[in-house]
Design a protein around this ligand. Structure first.
Ligand code: AMP
Ligand code: FE
Ligand code: FE
Ligand code: ZN
Length: 292
C-alpha cells in the first residue's frame, strides 16, 4: 500500500487541478493520497469525485500557515470539519493576508522595473482560493522575466530578496486546537525544511505534542538523511506518528514527484485511528475516508 499525505492543487499553489492530482496519484501507483492545499478546503469536492471514479482513497487535508516563536510553521490538518466556524474564520484571515500581500509584492516588483500587474497574477492563479508567491513567480515566468519558480524565489521573492513581503500567519498552538475542535488531527509539515526553517527543537515538538499535535512529517525532500534519522527518533520518543510525503506541486516544484516519499501503512493506520478519536471527542461522526 502506497500512501502520500501531502499534495497541492490549483486550489492553492500547485499547477494541476484537484482531479488531475488524483488521477496522477493513481497513475503513480498510489493507493492513498491526501490533498493538502495551503489554507483551504476548496479542492476537496473535486478531488473526492475523481477519487471515487479512479478507486483511490482520498484523505481531505490542508496545510495551514502558522507562526510559532516568531518562525513560520506549516501545519498539516487532516479530516477537520471544514464548516467549523472558528476554523473557517481563522483560515479566512490567513487567506485575506495572502490576498492583501500580492499588491505589495507587485509594488516592489514595479519599483524594481518589472512591469507586472495584479491582473497578470490573477490570470495565472486562476480559481486559486489561496494565492501566494508562486503565483507571482508564474506571472514573472509568463512575462519571460524569470526561467522558473526557483529563480523567482532565489532572486526576488524569498526572505531577504528585494520583492519579499511578509504576511499574516495564525498562531500555531491556536490552529492545533481549532483543527482538533473540528474533529481533525495535526502533523507538523517539513519541520526542518529548507524554505521555511521553523527552527523547531525536540522540546518545541514535545510541547506541541502535549497540546494535541499527533505527528511529524519525517520523510520530505527538504530533509536530508541525517535530518530524517533525527526526526524519526524524536517522533518515536514522543509517541508521534511519522509521515512521509511528496509535497507535490505539479510542475511548480522540482524533485517533488507524487510518491517520492510515502507514509508507512502502520503509521497511516494510527493517524486514522487518532482522527477517529478526535472526531468522536468533538461530537462528530467518524471521519469519512473516501474509499474505492
Ligand atoms: P507563500 O505561500 O506565498 O508564502 O509561498 C510559499 C510557497 O512557495 C511554498 O509553499 C512553496 O510551495 C513555494 N516555494 C517556496 N520557496 C520556493 C522555491 N525556492 N522554489 C519554488 N517554490 C518555492
Ligand atoms: Fe506551496
Ligand atoms: Fe509547506
Ligand atoms: Zn506543502
Amino acid at each position: 500500500m502506497r500512501i502520500d499525505l501531502h499534495t497541492h492543487s490549483r486550489a492553492s499553489d500547485g499547477t494541476r487541478t484537484p482531479a488531475e492530482v488524483v488521477h496522477e496519484a493513481a497513475a503513480a501507483g498510489l493507493d492513498v493520497v491526501a490533498l493538502t492545499d495551503h489554507d483551504t478546503s476548496e479542492g476537496w469536492p473535486e478531488a473526492a469525485e475523481a477519487a471515487a471514479k479512479v478507486g483511490l482513497t482520498l484523505v481531505r487535508g490542508m496545510e495551514i500557515s502558522t507562526r510559532h516563536n516568531g518562525q513560520g510553521v506549516h501545519l498539516l490538518g487532516y479530516l477537520p470539519d471544514p464548516t467549523y466556524q472558528p476554523l473557517v474564520v481563522a483560515l479566512q484571515r490567513i487567506l485575506d493576508g495572502r490576498n492583501s500581500r500580492i499588491p505589495a509584492i507587485i509594488d516592489r516588483l514595479n519599483a524594481l522595473g518589472y512591469e507586472i500587474t495584479a491582473a497578470d497574477v490573477r490570470r495565472v492563479a486562476g480559481e486559486a482560493a489561496a494565492t501566494g508567491r508562486p503565483h507571482v513567480a508564474d506571472a514573472l515566468i509568463a512575462m519571460g522575466a524569470v526561467r522558473d519558480r526557483e529563480q523567482a524565489f532565489d532572486e526576488l521573492l524569498s526572505p531577504g530578496r528585494p520583492a519579499y513581503v511578509d504576511r499574516y500567519a495564525a498562531p500555531l498552538t491556536e490552529m492545533i486546537r481549532l483543527v482538533g475542535e473540528a474533529g481533525g488531527v495535526t502533523v507538523i509539515a517539513h519541520p526542518w525544511g529548507r524554505h521555511d526553517p521553523s527552527g523547531m527543537t525536540r522540546d518545541d515538538i514535545a510541547e506541541l505534542a502535549a497540546l494535541g499535535l499527533v505527528g511529524v512529517e519525517v520523510d520530505h525532500q527538504d530533509h536530508d538523511s541525517r535530518a530524517r534519522a533525527e526526526l524519526r527518533v524524536i517522533a518515536e520518543d514522543l509517541g508521534l506518528v511519522r509521515t512521509g510525503s511528496s509535497d507535490y506541486h505539479g510542475a511548480g516544484k522540482k524533485n517533488h514527484g507524487l510518491g517520492c516519499n510515502t507514509t508507512d501503512p502502520a503509521q497511516f493506520q494510527r493517524l486514522m485511528e487518532l482522527a477517529a478519536t478526535a472526531a468522536a471527542d468533538s461530537g462528530r461522526p467518524a471521519p469519512e475516508l473516501l474509499r474505492p
